[in-house]
Write a protein that binds this ligand. Structure first.
Ligand code: PMP
Ligand code: GLN
Length: 407
């Protein structure tokens, strides 16, 4: 590599103790640094590189959804909404789950509006686990999982997803459960890999969770981004699972308004009551005007949801073709808006080094998948590119990658 990698301070590694302790920071949060998404977006801003790192769209979501939020502000809906969320939004969430997933939730006590899926995840972990408890999750995992588990004082046990289809070994999965396991934290469609868990895989997961009497928290924020040949199956719809599952989703990913930070958790009354107890002391309530907007969005017709999926499917093809033309072995995601490449195909081996130098070597920013693993060697060769960007941005990134002399 001819140019020195730019300085990036630190990023989430999910490790318990850093080499150099951060002053003032409590022990359980040592090692979390700055999230990789913030670090990589800063790197893009600093270098002027095309940012395919942090997963946020560069176009707005539906106009009528934005108009509903604007109208709510104008109409004076500017004081605290109820702790559990505005009734109009809870009704819309119930409608959305019924219409799209065939699930039934009572808006009165089985739905909780949160400040993004991030708060729903944190509140669930804080409510359901504590010191001495264990949480099982798959690696690579979305970065807030490790931090949420650490904040609750619990510890995590990871099961590695391997190969081009990011499969797991059922025996390894089962062996991760102990007498201390309280929660399984599942993400499907899965960030960063783009995997959509199949029915057979979900049946294995459900069987073990029922046998071990474990609660499941499912993160389904990419539920509307599933591509041809694959199907999003909420774990809660499998026999015996509704009563033990908290299902989380987010308007950020469904409507391309990631800055609004409106998410929700649905589940049986007693589980949601527990999560609500934690949520009320994190934020109490979540942004009122945005809730009005999202309530409008969740009742949009099927054409909106189908159009959104089709648009992202086309971007998936566009970016993957561009990455392949640049020489990368590319794993086409089954869902989400992230594509993964194996950097060994372009003569590189370490994802962090590769991503730190990519702004200078090619003028593009991507995310090293490695930082989402406890067992970093498992993901050292993988790098994630986001394709929720305008076509011309994807084309420019592809052009730059194809023109790069070396990585
Ligand atoms: N879970 C996953 C898998 C994500 O990728 C993200 C980022 N959108 C979140 C949770 C957080 O969602 P939100 O922005 O609604 O807090
Ligand atoms: N979920 C987004 C991603 O995976 C990032 C969200 C964030 O920056 N916290 O890129």
């Amino acid at each position: 590599m001819s140019t020195a990698p730019p300085e990036v301070t630190s990023y989430t590694r999910g490790v318990a103790s850093p080499d150099e302790p951060v002053p003032f920071l409590t022990q359980r949060l040592q090692g979390f640094g700055t999230t990789i998404f913030t670090a990589m977006s800063a790197l893009a801003a600093e270098t002027g590189a095309v940012n395919l790192g942090q997963g946020f769209p560069d176009t707005d979501g539906p106009r009528e959804v934005a108009e509903a939020a604007i109208a709510a502000i104008r109409d004076g809906h500017n004081q605290y909404p109820p702790l559990a969320g505005l009734p109009v939004l809870r009704d819309a969430i119930a409608h959305h789950r019924r219409h799209h997933r065939g699930q039934e939730f009572d808006p009165a006590d089985e739905i909780l509006v949160t400040t993004g899926a991030t708060e729903a995840l944190a509140a669930s972990l804080l409510a359901l686990t504590g010191p001495g408890d264990e949480v099982v999750t798959f690696e690579p995992y979305y970065d807030s999982y490790a931090a949420g588990i650490a904040m609750s004082g619990a510890s995590r046990r990871v099961v590695t997803l391997r190969g081009a289809d990011f499969a797991f070994d059922p025996a390894e999965f089962e062996a991760a459960f102990t007498s201390r396991t309280k929660v399984l934290l599942l993400n499907t469609p899965h960030n960063p890999t783009g995997k959509v868990f199949s029915r057979a895989e979900l049946e294995t997961i459900a069987r073990v969770c029922i046998e071990r009497d474990v609660v499941v928290v499912t993160d389904e924020v990419y539920e509307h981004l599933v591509y041809e040949g694959h199907e999003h199956i909420p774990l809660a719809t499998l026999p015996g699972m509704a009563e033990r599952t908290v299902t989380i989703s987010s308007a950020g990913k469904i409507f391309s308004f990631t800055g609004w930070k409106i998410g929700w958790a649905c589940g049986p009354g007693p589980l949601i009551a527990a999560v609500r107890t934690a949520k009320q002391f994190l934020t109490f309530a979540s942004g009122g005007p945005w809730q009005h907007g999202v309530a409008t969005g969740l009742r949009l017709g099927d054409d909106f949801f189908a159009g959104y999926t089709a648009e992202m499917a086309s971007k998936r093809e566009r970016l993957c073709a561009g990455l392949e033309a640049a020489g990368f072995d590319t794993i086409r995601p089954q869902g989400t808006y992230f594509a993964t490449v194996d950097i060994r195909s372009v003569g590189a081996s370490d994802g962090i080094e590769f991503c730190m130098s990519l702004p200078r070597s090619a003028g593009v920013v991507a995310v090293p998948t490695q930082v989402f693993y406890d067992n970093e060697d498992e993901g050292r060769h993988l790098v994630r590119f986001a394709f929720c960007k305008k076509d011309e941005v994807l084309d420019e990134a592809a052009r730059r990658l194809q023109a790069a002399e070396e990585f």
